[in-house]
Design a protein around this ligand. Structure first.
Ligand code: FAD
Length: 324
């Protein structure tokens, strides 16, 4: 039995909705009769079309936040909405920094628990059962809320594919005001740093080429970057080389990094620890290069190359250059 109404927190960056929010709108369409979104920003009218394309029937707009972090005002706006319009069956929030901030504050305001790290949602007898990957993805746990609505779920990105609705709607945009926020709302954003990149975003790329400790030294990571560039993909990394300072944290794939679901994932000099694999095992095709034939990464690889990355990677780069 489908749910009645689901509210999705829709984050925008540089004028476009985040893929993680579109994934949640897509899933919400499959689970509920009515899908609504809540968002914020300086241009309320520009949000209607992209959210309507993914099935939002109504968009609540918490206003232009004037350089404030969204956690406090957006949680307050959602709480006010629940008070005035009644509770939706569920609120779906993407696992982003702002999403987690909103979820925690909303939990306190509504006096409801939050279920985090959700990787799947199934409608069961008018309620949602959530799936959580725990212990580094080695165990799956199912949970369901038993208390009053709304159930609050914080969902990992790439848990669902983002697909436009068959029929786009033109949602009504309704202003919601958070009310008096007090001292909790005094933090302001003073500066934003956007990571520089030339290719596609790591968590949206169709091809990801990741390097690990088996590269031997930081300078060899340039082979990973070159290979990624030649394949029009994004470079990634294991935590071992992020911790070693070879590449920034933004490159990390895995449990405490990014979850990726590319068409092709190439792991070079990566052992395949469960904490790494939980972030990339959803890739359509996995290629691994490792000198140890017993390396765990080979257990999930479609194509395994037992060899030295220092020999295999330059040959691959050379072959691709010759073709392009
Ligand atoms: P190693 O495990 O050291 O493996 C290096 C591999 O390179 C080996 O298999 C070796 O055979 C191979 N190799 C060596 N030389 C060569 C060569 N010349 N040619 C080819 N192969 C070679 N890790 C993540 O990646 N992402 C996460 O998000 C993450 N989160 C974590 C969270 C927690 C709470 C914990 C405890 C750990 C986490 N880790 C994470 C760390 C994880 O457990 C591993 O330590 C890490 O993934 C290992 O990285 P690696 O495969 O590069 O290094």
């Amino acid at each position: 039995m489908a749910l009645n109404r689901i509210l999705v927190v829709a984050e925008f960056f540089a004028g476009a909705p985040l893929a993680a929010s579109l994934e949640l709108l897509t899933k919400a369409r499959q689970l509920a009769d009515t899908v609504e979104a809540v968002t914020w920003g300086d241009d309320p009218q520009s949000v209607a079309a992209p959210l309507g394309a993914y099935g939002a029937r109504r968009v609540y707009h918490a206003g232009e936040l004037g350089g404030k972090l969204p956690g406090v005002p957006v949680a307050a706006a959602i709480a006010a909405l629940v008070q005035s319009d009644g509770a939706p069956d569920a609120i779906l929030i993407p696992t982003t920094y702002d999403g987690r901030d909103i979820a925690g504050r909303l939990s306190a305001r509504l006096d409801r628990s939050v279920l985090t790290n959700v990787v799947d949602l199934v409608a069961d007898d008018g309620a949602l059962v959530s799936e959580h990957a725990i212990f580094g993805g080695t165990e799956i746990l199912n949970a369901r809320f038993t208390g009053p609505a709304p159930a609050i779920f914080v969902v990992r990105s790439k848990s669902f594919a983002a697909e436009e609705a068959d029929e786009a709607t033109t949602p009504e945009v309704i202003a919601v005001t958070p009310g008096e926020l007090g001292a909790a709302d005094t933090a302001t954003i003073t500066e934003r740093h956007v990571e520089e990149r030339t290719g596609p975003k790591l968590d949206e790329a169709a091809v990801v080429v990741s390097g690990g400790r088996g590269l031997g030294e930081a300078g060899r990571y340039q082979l990973i970057e070159e290979l990624a560039r030649l394949l029009h993909g994004a470079p990634g990394a294991s935590r071992a080389i992020v911790d070693a300072g070879w590449v920034p944290y933004a490159y990390q794939v895995g449990q405490t990094g990014k979850t990726v679901k590319p068409t092709v994932y190439l792991a070079a000099g990566i052992s395949g620890a469960t904490q790494h694999m939980v972030g990339m095992k959803g890739a359509k095709h996995i290629i691994a290069i490792n000198k140890d034939a017993e390396a765990p990464i080979f257990s999930i690889a479609d194509l395994g190359i037992v060899g030295d990355v220092q020999k295999v990677l330059p040959k691959l780069v050379e072959a691709l250059k010759a073709r392009s």
